[in-house]
Design a protein around this ligand. Structure first.
Ligand code: CMC
Length: 380
């Protein structure tokens, strides 16, 4: 048997494609979307503009943006088949699984491989937002509220969820969070969506592959896990002992560590700066989680920083998610809504020079041997 030279576990350090979408400057701790510092985009741009940026790798002109917004907002409206599915399953499955189910449904009858299918890409982002809000609304006893075309994407998301137009502050916080999670190179979820897309599966099914890979606590599920972790620690006083015990048992602290960043995650810095603006208006639950998280960061860093393990964005985002009223089991699903922008942009980009993704494994099993019929087998 011919054996390859190396196995790259977890594809660590392996480049699988070229991309013009984002640059992670992990030495200086800066994240760029198509050349724009994400910090500046959070301060000056909007999620809607970032979706355009992802799809075209440039900012829109004013007339282009007007047309783009018309398409995006029109596409936010749900069809009876979506609403029926949400009514049937919202109380049965977790939000993320239902998002995957709904986006697959949206892809019914579609074919993949069209790298110019911008309308489908915009539709996918728009639908994901409305699916998210409507699932939550129905879970808590409400029913579908159609989006309003005079509201922005984050405003509509909260409006369709709560039935009230949100405050400017809440919509802005959500907009910032959506921008921050829109794109991040090729983590597991984006890779999963590219694997599906590379078979020329349709755009929507490829997004579903991404959604399901996002679910685990090592990736998108980390924010929910980090929130649950803070609640289970219970108080600031317990943090030092908890950190020591967790590390001595070789367990992981959720919201710490990253495959690419070996320094402080720049997105976490941005989230912390946003949190600082709202210190006065936190309710007691959020304030408690904030205090525990602060202590966790301090003690965690004390033990882990020397190994290049620092807080990541998911340590801090739960505070903002809860502050704007999102349920604690919806954080990963919101991440999926936002990251759909990155997934669709990667998929269209990949289809320009599609190549089936088909890696190899290094076989370490038995040598070839003969099959023995059941009645003749004597034991192992
Ligand atoms: N707490 C304690 N130890 C850790 C942590 C952590 N959060 N992260 C890594 N380590 C240790 C790990 O135990 C291992 O130690 P040893 O060499 O003694 O066995 C070593 O560091 C390498 O860990 P790894 O998991 O093989 O490293 P990786 O580069 O594959 O890790 C990671 C990346 C994100 C999977 C990992 O840091 C982790 O599991 N973090 C916790 C989950 C988390 O917060 N995920 C969100 C990532 S950011 C959002 C996103 O993009 O999805």
């Amino acid at each position: 048997l011919v054996q390859p030279i190396s196995v790259f576990k977890g594809l660590e350090g392996v480049y699988v494609t070229e991309s013009a979408l984002s640059l992670i400057d992990s030495e200086n701790g800066v994240l760029y979307y198509a050349g724009y510092d994400v910090k500046e985009l959070v301060e000056r741009s909007s999620f809607e503009e970032v979706v355009f940026l992802m799809l075209h790798q440039r900012l829109p002109t004013s007339s282009e943006f007007t047309e783009f917004l018309k398409l995006l907002r029109r596409s936010q409206e749900l069809e009876p088949i979506h609403i029926e599915t949400i009514r049937k399953y919202a109380g049965v499955t977790d939000i993320l699984s239902l998002l995957a189910m709904l986006i697959v449904l949206e892809g019914r009858g579609k074919i993949g491989g069209n790298s110019n299918d911008f309308n489908a890409a915009v539709n996918a982002v728009a639908k994901m937002g409305s699916f998210f809000s409507t699932i939550i609304r129905v879970r808590y006893g409400g029913d579908y509220i159609p989006p309003r075309r005079d509201l922005s994407f984050p405003e509509n998301l909260l409006y369709m969820m709560n039935g009230e137009v949100p405050s400017r502050e809440h919509a802005d916080v959500l907009d910032d969070l959506l921008i921050l999670h829109a794109e991040h190179g090729i983590p597991a979820s984006t890779f999963a969506s590219l694997v599906a897309a590379s078979t020329l599966s349709d755009l929507y099914s490829s997004i579903a592959a991404g959604i399901l890979a996002l679910k685990g606590p090592l990736h998108g599920g980390a924010s929910e896990a980090s929130y649950a972790q803070a609640l289970s620690i219970g108080s600031v006083e317990k943090v030092p002992e908890w950190v020591q015990l967790t590390l001595s048992e070789k367990k992981k602290i959720m919201g710490f560590g990253h495959r690419v960043y070996k320094i402080y995650d720049p997105r976490a810095t941005i989230v912390k700066n946003i949190i600082a603006r709202f210190m006065g208006s936190m309710n007691s639950e959020v304030k408690k989680v904030y205090e525990i998280t602060r202590a966790l960061e301090e003690y965690g860093e004390k033990y882990l920083a020397s190994r290049g393990i620092y807080p990541n964005v998911d340590l801090w985002t739960p505070i903002l998610y809860r502050m704007i009223g999102l349920p604690a089991d919806s954080f990963t699903a919101l991440f999926a809504v936002s990251r759909t922008a990155g997934w669709v942009a990667h998929i269209l980009e990949y289809w320009r020079e599609n190549k089936l993704i088909r890696p190899l494994h290094l076989y370490v099993g038995e040598r070839p041997r003969k099959y023995i019929p059941l009645e003749l087998r004597t034991g192992s």
